[in-house]
Design a protein around this ligand. Structure first.
Ligand code: DX5
Ligand code: ZN
Length: 223
């Protein structure tokens, strides 16, 4: 299964956004992770459609939008128009999660579903066939720069086992508190799309990305 780094723009320096996106791409980051917060589902507010639209052709990366917003079904078309390639919504934020996932698919984007650290993997069992990616949050959503919650690593392992049992080629994304020093634990547990904010945008961005990719190549999955 292909391993991909998704730098989280939340940690970027916004006055140099285009330049920093190019540096991440140069290092080999194939995705850009775009965290949308509404001040309701999570306490903080980040950025939305206009910012996404302005970076959509900054590079060739896949635009991976993580919606931390209440009732995201209201904004599915808007994010598609703004340039999202993958749209991830929170299970906890949807009144009708199946309708939300179907709408994302109907709009031509890849479908992602996310669960917070305290939400059990079993709540996703009936939805796995409907999605391309599951995002297992490894911190409480809302802020960058937090410490990973170790118990979430076991959830990744449980989810990978569940997906394998169903014969699904599922992308498992992890997000929050991931650094060069601990990323191997998530790869070993079966995650293949790694979000990293602070670990990419502090210091030499291109070198930080390259170092992650080197670890991707040198770590074996072990269940
Ligand atoms: C948290 C966001 C993350 C965050 C990751 O709610 O979903 O994407 O920016 O940042 P780091 O890697 O700094 O924990
Ligand atoms: Zn995120």
């Amino acid at each position: 299964m292909k391993r991909i780094l998704a730098p989280s723009l939340l940690a970027a320096d916004f006055k140099q956004l285009g330049k920093q996106i190019a540096m991440a791409e140069q290092g080999g980051a194939e995705y850009l992770h775009f965290d949308v917060m509404d001040g309701h589902f999570v306490p903080s507010i980040s950025f939305g459609m206009p910012v996404l639209e302005s970076i959509r052709d900054a590079g060739n990366q896949v635009l991976d939008a993580h919606l931390m917003i209440t009732e995201p079904i209201r904004y599915v078309e808007a994010f598609q128009k703004a340039g999202a390639d993958i749209l991830t919504v929170h299970l906890e934020a949807c009144m009708d999660v199946k309708a939300t996932l179907l709408k994302i698919k109907a709009c031509g984007m890849k479908v992602g579903i996310s669960i917070k650290p305290k939400t059990a993997v079993s709540t996703l069992a009936a939805l796995l066939e409907m999605v391309d990616m599951v995002l297992v949050m490894t911190v409480e959503p809302g802020f960058g720069g937090q410490k990973i919650i170790p118990e979430t690593i076991d959830k990744v392992r449980e989810l990978r086992t569940l997906a394998d049992g169903k014969g699904l080629d599922l992308d498992i994304q992890v997000d929050g508190g991931i650094y060069h020093e601990n990323v191997h634990l998530l790869l070993e547990a079966g995650a293949n799309i790694i979000v990293a904010g602070s670990a990419v945008f502090a210091g030499d961005i291109t070198a930080n990305v390259r170092r992650f990719i080197e670890i991707f190549q040198n770590t074996k999955r072990c269940l």
